[in-house]
Design a protein around this ligand. Structure first.
Ligand code: 6GU
Length: 267
């Protein structure tokens, strides 16, 4: 899978891509991250990429020309301008993935605090593509025409404000690429994750069986796989109910799960 990242600070991406799983994914050819410096596509001696906002007020705004030029040069979109112009006529606030855009081969995503909140389901959706473009904002924001006529989607990674979209882009790359077969060493891969099932993960233990007087739950040492599985499921339900009850509305629950939750509520 290939990510094209458009940024004013490509250096931010260097070390995260040189460690651990992302490094391995790159070495094995499962991941390719192409960094494109937006400034290289800016005109003039000073290669200016931002400007004052019309209407006044504080802060600077990222200019449209360098970003359009960069994305079009790299993705070869010049011919598609007319089609791209149609993109703002959908009724989705964040222009949700792509079904609306049969002409768009892959998503062009703006990282912005005003985007659609990123979650595991979006990671799964993005992992279906072979190529994704990520545009990282800086300053106070983007000229609105970038959202309206260039991006297919806008993503935020949470309700807080970062100094730029670069860390958010790394979060998206990491969450998406680990879903691709072969990226994780573990053969069960990402299927056991917190959030994969819609629930938080159950507690994990490893050796020693007793550490500073704290014992591993006996059931995990019992060798009874059916009992272990049920215990883990109930622990996942308990933890989700306590910490993130909002997730239970969307989780896939069996009759047994529902009975367990009813009992929790009664207690
Ligand atoms: Cl994608 N960008 C910035 N600047 N801040 C954020 C964000 C993105 N997601 C959450 N906060």
């Amino acid at each position: 899978m290939r990510f094209d990242v458009f940024t004013l600070f490509p250096g931010i991406f260097e070390s995260p891509l040189k460690e651990s799983m992302l490094k391995r994914a790159i070495e094995s050819g499962l991941l390719e991250v192409q960094l494109h410096n937006i400034r290289d596509y800016a005109e003039g001696r000073h290669q200016v990429t931002d400007d004052y906002p019309y209407g006044g007020g504080g802060g600077m705004v990222m200019k449209p020309e360098p970003i359009f030029t960069a994305v079009e040069a790299v993705l070869g979109l010049e011919m598609r301008n007319a089609e791209l112009g149609m993109r703002n006529e959908t009724d989705s606030e964040f222009r949700t993935p792509h079904s609306e855009f049969p002409n768009s081969d892959f998503p062009i995503i703006l990282l912005t605090p005003q985007g659609r909140p990123f979650d595991q389901q979006m990671a799964v959706e993005l992992a279906q593509y072979d190529r994704v473009a990520l545009i990282c904002g800086r300053y106070e924001g983007f000229d609105e025409r970038i959202r309206e006529h260039l991006a297919t989607d806008e993503i935020s990674i949470g309700d807080y404000v970062l100094t730029g979209g670069e860390l958010a882009a790394l979060v998206v790359v990491d969450a998406v690429i680990r879903l691709k077969p072969g990226v994780l060493g573990d053969p069960t891969g990402a299927s056991d994750d917190s959030h994969a099932s819609g629930l938080l993960e159950y507690p994990h233990f490893t050796r020693p069986p007793e550490f500073r007087g704290w014992r591993v739950p006996e059931i995990l040492l019992s060798g009874d796989h059916a009992k272990v599985d049920r215990w883990r499921r109930e622990q996942a339900l308990l933890r989700t109910w306590r910490r993130r009850p909002d997730l239970l509305d969307r989780a896939e629950l069996s009759e047994l799960d529902r009975a367990f939750l009813r009992q929790l509520v009664q207690e």
